[in-house]
Design a protein around this ligand. Structure first.
Ligand code: PLP
Length: 367
């Protein structure tokens, strides 16, 4: 790959070459509308059916998968399920992505009651407070993500799902950072994923809905996706997402071993930095670290040959302290001296060594 060393895998991942190859014919030659009844249309519909099966392989059984334009859209759609159950309370982990937090806030403006669930210093949900909040009743929906996009903490989703179900609520799990990398929970009711986070194309994601859970029609129109999300599907994007999912399943062990080896290596290279969040309950391809006395804004402007992030890519540039680093009790100076390095399938040990040399040298100049 030309350009800077890419260490921002939580923001997005490089497109797998195999994904590019399977998408090309659908962009160039096979232009049929998958909802048309003639041969060109049926061919596109068949390719989409294969893609849906490929994506579903890594999802729990006993549900249906709806393609969406992004995980953000899937999350917005999933919240609709709250409207079809009795309760009016929404519980949301403090460390969720803006897609969840802002959707919950929008529902609060419509009369739902919304409570932030705190996490401990490792980023793990405080289950005592969850139990207390569930005990107050009137629960509609609880949202807790599987792998945190900023600090990589992996939550105990199935245990949380049991608690939520006992209280009569639904559990929405944002699995954007976990899909294909760690086993997905079996007991969530709604799961959102995004293709560009696992070497697929941008502009496509999806929502998995457990059988028996009702989600209202989200986009009105031609009735595609079982009437839940109208609009002509893009065969190229669906096929690309399917191939990306197939590769995640096929390479699960190989990718996992590679990422673990890189993580051990990176922890050694960045030995003078402190890990933010959990050292153990963590997806190893995420290294969020801090070094006292470092100003990350200056660091990033000096180390232009490495693509990495200060806090969440979605929040960076906003000037606000990361809500996730705050939730795990970092003060604003510590948060401002924190960087997030994300690596994966296409990262080499040499990339880590060269990036560490550049970042460490620039940090030393500041201290
Ligand atoms: N949830 C998490 C944890 C994410 O990291 C992201 C992307 O940054 C999203 C949701 C939104 O995904 P998309 O880009 O598909 O809207």
């Amino acid at each position: 790959m030309t350009g800077p060393i890419y260490l921002d895998y939580q923001a997005t991942t490089p497109l797998a070459p195999q994904v590019f190859d399977v998408m090309t014919p659908w962009l160039r030659d096979k232009f049929g509308n998958p909802h048309s009844a003639h041969r060109l249309g049926r061919e596109a519909a068949a390719a989409i059916a294969v893609a849906r099966d490929q994506v579903s392989t890594l999802l729990p059984s006993g549900g249906q998968f709806v393609f969406t334009g992004s995980a953000t859209e899937a999350i917005n759609q999933a919240f609709g399920a709250a409207k079809l159950v009795k309760g009016l309370r929404l519980l949301v982990a403090q460390t969720e992505h803006a897609a969840i937090l802002d959707t919950a806030a929008a529902y609060a403006a419509e009369g739902y009651k919304y409570f932030d669930l705190p996490v401990d210093a490792e980023g793990l949900l405080d289950l005592d407070i969850l139990a207390e909040e569930l005990g107050r009743g009137d629960i509609a929906l609880v949202a807790v993500m599987l792998v945190n996009n900023e600090i990589g903490t992996i939550q105990r989703i199935d245990e949380i799902a049991d608690m939520v179900h006992a209280a009569g609520g639904l559990l929405l799990c944002d699995c954007v950072q976990g899909y294909g990398r760690v086993p997905l929970p079996e007991k969530a009711d709604l799961i959102a994923i995004s293709a560009h986070k696992f070497h697929g194309p941008k502009g496509i994601g999806g929502l998995w809905i457990r059988d028996g859970v009702d989600v209202p029609e989200f986009i009105h129109g031609g009735g595609q996706e079982g009437g839940m999300r109208s609009g002509t599907l893009s065969p190229a994007l669906c096929v690309g997402m399917g191939e990306a999912a197939r590769l995640m399943a096929e390479r699960f062990e190989e990718d996992r071993a590679h990422v673990e080896a890189l993580a051990n290596f990176a922890r050694f290279e960045f030995g003078q930095w402190t890990i933010n969040g959990s050292a153990t309950h963590r997806y190893p391809g995420n290294l969020n670290i801090r070094r006292d006395g470092v100003d990350v804004g200056r660091l990033m402007s000096e180390v232009r040959d490495v693509a990495f992030s200060a806090g969440s890519a979605c929040a960076s540039g906003s000037g606000r302290t990361s809500h996730v680093l705050k939730a795990v009790s970092l003060n604003s100076a510590q948060a401002k001296s924190s960087i997030r390095l994300g690596f994966g399938r296409y990262t080499s040990e040499d990339d880590i060594i060269r990036a560490a040399t550049m970042i460490n040298e620039a940090a030393e100049r500041q201290i």
